[in-house]
Design a protein around this ligand. Structure first.
Ligand code: PEP
Ligand code: MN
Length: 294
């Protein structure tokens, strides 16, 4: 059954209703829960009508970098710091992340500045290690259908940020989330981060459709990643705002003190100054939309 058929099912009075099978995502579907799931993280929350912001470099590079970013986040009123310690890179020659050392820096800097931290976990056997340092476990695009990893984070008590596979449909993403909920972890956020299309001008094509589609299909919070969704710093601002208007519950944005020197994803990383401007404008936009920044 595809998403369109599910839509048909929910139309009252349709004769097809009784004959349809249950949706392929019984736990993540809107039918499973009358109200939006709200994910509590540190002293903030995600979902339920506010706009949450997460930001930081693609990869944790060193303590000074993370402290500089954390300070900028605090000044902008942003509560969640991102940074990859385990980096699943397309090329084995690219920077693979600092591993455990990166987790230590993240957790220390998060504690110093009172920020919650989100970071990626790439192997099932590392879930408890990463959960010991991070407030949110990120499942990257390349691992959206790594089912043993989904099972492992599903057994964790940490909230999960599940990124859309770069070649996955909306329905496949919901089924991936279903794995996590099925294992008992209901604190899941879905992240639209762009998909691969025939377009090559941008790194990925941010699927704006996915934002309202997911909002109508599931009670889980929907996060937008305009950084990976575009791959180009100059496009991040507009796509971030478009996602907020489309109904995203939050944004995750890559920022770097010196994007030109970044060890990964510099081309799509905002400077701290550009990020501060974006947050100020999102605050105004949030007011206009009745969705204050959380
Ligand atoms: C990231 O968040 O840095 C990342 C690797 O993202 P994705 O999995 O969406 O490519
Ligand atoms: Mn990145």
């Amino acid at each position: 059954m595809n998403v369109m058929e599910l839509d048909l099912m929910e139309r009252p009075g349709s004769e097809t209703v009784a004959r349809r099978e249950p949706p392929p995502f019984p736990l993540t579907s809107r039918r499973a829960r009358a109200t939006d799931t709200i994910v509590a993280v540190g002293d903030t929350w995600i979902g339920g009508g506010s706009l949450a912001l997460m930001a930081g470099p693609c990869a944790v590079e060193d303590r000074a970098q993370m402290r500089t970013v954390a300070e900028a986040l605090c000044q902008a009123g942003v509560k969640i710091l991102r940074g990859g310690a385990f980096k699943p890179r397309t090329s084995p020659y690219s920077f693979q992340g600092l591993g455990r050392g990166g987790l230590e820096i993240l957790a220390e800097v998060g504690a110093e500045f009172g920020l919650a931290v989100v970071t990626e976990v790439v192997r099932p056997e590392d879930v408890s290690l990463v959960a010991g340092y991070a407030d949110i476990l990120q499942i990257g695009s390349r691992n959206m259908q790594n089912f043993s990893l989904l099972d492992a984070v599903g057994s964790s008590t940490r909230p999960v940020l599940l990124k859309r596979g770069m070649m996955s449909t909306i329905e496949e993403m919901l089924q991936a989330a279903e794995y996590i909920l099925y294992r008992g972890n209901r604190q899941v956020m879905l992240c639209e981060r762009g998909i691969r299309t025939f377009e090559t001008y941008t790194r990925n094509t941010f699927d704006i459709n996915a934002v309202p589609a997911l909002k109508s299909l599931t009670h889980l919070p929907v996060i937008a990643d305009p950084s990976h969704g575009t791959g180009k710093r100059d496009l991040v601002d507009a796509v971030a705002k478009a996602a907020a208007v489309a109904g995203a519950d939050g944004l995750i944005v890559e920022v770097h003190p010196h994007p030109e020197d970044a060890l990964s994803d510099g081309a799509q990383s905002l400077t701290l100054e550009a990020f501060a401007r974006l947050v100020a404008e999102l605050r105004l936009l949030g007011q206009a939309l009745g969705r204050p920044l959380s």
